[in-house]
Design a protein around this ligand. Structure first.
Ligand code: 13P
Length: 338
C-alpha cells in the first residue's frame, strides 16, 4: 500500500511567527483527516526551528525546500542538508521547477543535492514537470523521462526506497490552471513505468504527488486517480485550510452571531490576489463566510483558493488596501466581499 501524502510547499512566504500559526493550523486541521494520509509542511529555512517546535507531538512532518550541493564549507548563503536534518527535517524538496528555472539547477546540481540529502537521512521530494511549450509540443513524456533518468536512475536501490516524486507541470503552478485528473493519471502512470524500468517492483511503492494549482475543489478528483498518491501544494497550502464544506456549514449556522469567528487566518501571499492589496504584510481573517452572496473580485480568481465558497466577510488587521477597504477591523459590519 503506497503512502498518501499531502505536502505544503510554502515557498518564500510567511514571516516566522505566521509560519508557526500556519503550522499550528495544519496540526489542528490534520486531526480531521485519516491518519493514513501523511502531512508534510515545507517552510522557508528561517522558520524550520520554530515550526519544528510547533509540530512537536503531532505526526505532521517537516521538510525543507532545498539543500546545498556540498556538505559544508565556504559557500556563503547556502544551507547544508546536515543543518536542516539537525533541525528535525525528514524531507527535502529538490528540483522544484522554480529552482530549475530561476536558479539554473541542472541534473548535475541535483545529483549532488540528492547525494547530500541521502547522506543526512533526508527523504527527497524530487520534482519533475514540463513547461507549456513542451506540453503543447507533446514533449511532456520525454521531458519527465529525462528528468528521472538523469537523476533518479543514479540512486541505489536502497536510496530509491526513500524517495517521493512530485509531478508539477510548470504551466499549472500558481496559474490557476490544473492538469485534469485524466492528464495527471496519464503522466503519473508513465512516470511509474519509467521508474519501474530501472527499479522494478519497487516503483509500485513510490509515492508520486501531483502539484500545480491544487485546491479543495479539484484535489479529491485528482487524488482519487490510481497513480496519484497525493499533492505538493503551493498557494492553497498557505491557508490554514478549513475544508470548504465546514466553512459553508458555519456560514449557514444561524446560531452564529456576527462576531463569531470562523477563525481562518489567511495571509495574502500574492499581492494581486485581491485588487489593491499590495501591502505584503497584510493579514486577513475570515470572520464569516457566506455561500449566498456573489463573489465580486474582478481580477485574480481568488475563488481558486477557497473552493466553492463564493463570499467571505473579512476582518483585516491594519490598513491593507486602497480599494476602499481601509481602516481597522470591520466597522461597517459588512467586511470585504470577495
Ligand atoms: P501552486 O499550488 O501554488 O500552484 O504551487 C504548486 C507548487 O509549485 C508546489 O511545489
Amino acid at each position: 500500500m503506497r503512502k498518501k501524502i499531502v505536502a505544503g510547499n510554502w515557498k518564500m512566504n510567511t514571516l516566522p511567527a505566521e509560519g508557526v500559526e500556519l503550522a499550528k493550523g495544519v496540526v489542528a486541521g490534520r486531526g480531521e483527516v485519516c491518519s493514513c494520509v501523511n502531512f508534510i509542511v515545507c517552510p522557508p529555512f528561517t522558520h524550520l526551528a520554530m515550526v519544528a517546535e510547533a509540530l512537536k507531538g503531532s505526526d505532521v512532518a517537516l521538510g525543507a525546500q532545498d539543500c546545498a550541493t556540498e556538505a559544508k564549507g565556504a559557500y556563503t548563503g547556502e544551507i547544508a542538508a546536515s543543518m536542516i536534518a539537525a533541525l528535525g527535517c525528514k524531507y527535502v524538496i529538490l528540483g522544484h521547477s522554480e529552482r530549475r528555472q530561476y536558479y539554473g539547477e541542472t541534473s548535475a546540481t541535483l545529483n549532488k543535492k540528492m547525494a547530500q540529502a541521502y547522506a543526512n537521512g533526508l527523504i527527497p521530494i524530487y520534482c519533475v514537470g514540463e513547461n507549456l511549450d513542451e506540453r503543447e509540443a507533446g514533449k511532456h513524456f520525454d521531458v519527465v523521462k529525462a528528468q528521472i533518468e538523469e537523476v533518479v536512475y543514479n540512486l541505489t536501490e536502497e536510496q530509491y526506497k526513500n524517495l517521493v516524486i512530485a509531478y508539477e507541470p510548470v504551466w499549472a503552478i500558481g496559474t490557476g490552471k490544473t492538469a485534469s485528473a485524466e492528464q495527471a493519471q496519464e503522466i503519473h502512470a508513465y512516470i511509474r513505468q519509467v521508474l519501474a524500468a530501472k527499479f522494478g517492483a519497487a516503483a509500485q511503492e513510490t509515492a508520486i504527488l501531483y502539484g500545480g494549482s491544487c485546491k479543495p475543489s479539484n484535489a479529491a478528483e485528482i487524488f482519487a486517480k490510481e497513480d496519484v498518491d497525493g499533492g505538493l501544494i503551493g498557494g492553497t497550502g498557505l491557508l490554514v485550510a478549513f475544508p470548504a464544506e465546514q466553512l459553508l456549514a458555519l456560514a449557514e449556522d444561524e446560531s452564529l452571531g456576527r462576531d463569531d469567528q470562523v477563525g481562518v487566518f489567511v495571509r495574502l501571499h500574492e499581492p494581486d490576489l485581491f485588487p489593491g492589496t499590495a501591502r505584503p504584510d497584510a493579514h486577513l481573517r475570515v470572520v464569516r463566510a457566506s455561500a449566498r452572496d456573489e463573489y465580486r473580485i474582478p481580477r485574480r480568481p481568488a475563488r481558486q483558493y477557497f473552493g466553492e465558497i463564493r463570499c467571505f466577510e473579512l476582518e483585516h488587521e491594519g490598513s491593507w488596501g486602497k480599494g476602499g477597504n481601509t481602516g481597522e477591523g470591520n466597522p461597517a459590519g459588512e467586511g470585504v466581499s470577495l
